[in-house]
Design a protein around this ligand. Structure first.
Ligand SMILES: *Cc1c(COP(=O)(O)O)cnc(C)c1O
Length: 392
């Protein structure tokens, strides 16, 4: 079989006129004729969505991939596999929106929820029980970029708790950099991020690795009506074509920008920033990705630094072709109670970067200028060094 980079380019559209790109079927209804017709109503199925889903199934080598309206919608669909009273274990350094949705289910009395540090394998072992019906893992965690030992957790759960669904949020690494699907029952990703990569659609994909779940997931998607709309499917097919080269360029830029911050003496969080973490990360990933975070010890200095940047837009989200910067505690993770953030050791001054495809020297110049302007570094005879100051 050809590599994922090649598979991404090979879209089979099965078009009656042999169009080389997939046609857009912007239609909600399909006439019922004498011959068998695969489509009747777009909530249940649409030819453009089928092309996308078949293409993604081939790219990631899943039993089946379904495309839905957002990353959150993926999690919502997965949680609807549960029954009242089922226990869920989830990470405590999760994407803020996932945390909010899990708590909605919990507060409505639908699930029992245990948030634990899922980077701690022993803690998972002592928490999981026969009551646990689903474990939700995300790695690298967001925004601290800590690593979950997915292969180890997966083999332990499959052996001892075969009824517990293993669900993995692979948004950060994308299928290009991760081999995670084999360790889980269902993996999902926000396609709003890398898969589409252009900041112009919301989408999510659900990658099913267990045949018995395919029908159930389809039933839920069709019941809710969260299947991805035709035009978004068409745009996602278009964005996907450049996924490999975008990630390759974004990642090589990221490595250079991280080196820049480390040489200045900043604390940088990135996947595998310690040798032990790196070993675990590399056991099922092929790179560090394109997101990292730094700490300045000062909320005010972080804000000023972020506001002085010219090439980075202050934006939530990540994975687009242009570089982004954010302060998670004020933006993507603001929905988490400040006390809980403190408990989870999420620094309020944390700055998260998502690196794009720009010329990396321009990015580094922009970062250096803003660090200088805001007194975070100083120029001593042409050498730039981090300014020391007490925590503000
Ligand atoms: C963005 C994101 C989501 C949610 O995806 P949407 O498409 O915004 O709904 C879920 N998990 C992670 C890790 C994300 O970054």
């Amino acid at each position: 079989m050809s590599s994922i980079n090649t598979r991404i380019t090979q879209i089979l559209s099965n078009d009656q006129h042999n169009a080389t790109t997939a046609p857009l079927y912007q239609s909600t209804t399909f006439k019922q004729t004498e011959e068998q017709n695969n489509y009747d109503y777009t909530r249940s199925g649409n030819p453009t969505r089928t092309v996308l889903e078949d293409h993604l199934t081939k790219i990631v080598q899943a039993e089946q991939v379904y495309a839905v309206t957002s990353g959150m919608s993926c999690l919502d669909v997965v949680l609807k596999l549960l029954k009242s009273g089922d226990e869920v274990i989830a990470g405590e350094d999760l994407y803020g929106g996932s945390d909010r949705l899990l708590n909605l289910y919990k507060n409505h009395g639908i699930i029992e929820l245990k948030n634990i540090d899922t980077t701690n394998f022993e803690l998972i072992k002592s928490t999981i029980s026969l009551k646990t019906k689903l474990i939700l893992l995300e790695s690298p965690t967001n925004p601290l970029l800590k690593i979950v030992d997915l292969p180890k957790i997966s083999s332990y759960i499959r052996k001892n708790f075969p009824d517990c669904l293993i669900i993995f949020d692979n948004t950060m690494m994308s299928p290009i950099l991760s081999n995670s699907l084999q360790y889980v029952d269902i993996q999902y990703e926000s396609a709003t991020k890398y898969l589409n990569g252009h900041h112009d659609i919301m989408a999510g994909i659900i990658e099913i690795n267990k045949k018995s779940l395919v029908k159930d997931i389809y039933f839920i998607i069709n019941s809710i009506g969260c299947g991805l709309a035709p035009f978004e499917c068409w745009l996602l097919l278009r964005g996907l074509k450049t996924l490999s080269i975008r990630i390759e360029k974004q990642q090589s830029n990221t490595i250079k920008v991280i080196k820049f911050f480390k040489e200045l003496g900043f604390k940088v969080n990135y996947p595998g920033s310690t040798p032990e973490q790196l070993k675990i990360h590399n056991s099922y990933n092929k790179g560090i990705g394109c997101v990292f975070s730094i700490e300045t010890n000062s909320i005010k200095k972080s804000e000023n630094f972020m506001n002085s940047l010219k090439l980075f837009s202050i934006t939530v989200s990540f994975g687009s072709i242009n570089s982004l910067v954010s302060m998670p505690c004020q933006m993507s993770h603001a929905s988490i109670d400040p006390k809980v953030r403190e408990l989870r050791k999420l620094p309020e001054d944390l700055i998260r970067f998502s690196i794009g495809i720009e010329d990396v020297d321009d990015l580094i110049n922009d970062l250096r200028n803003s660090l200088l302007k805001n007194g975070l570094i100083k120029n001593i005879n042409g050498n730039f060094v981090k300014t020391e100051y007490s925590k503000l």
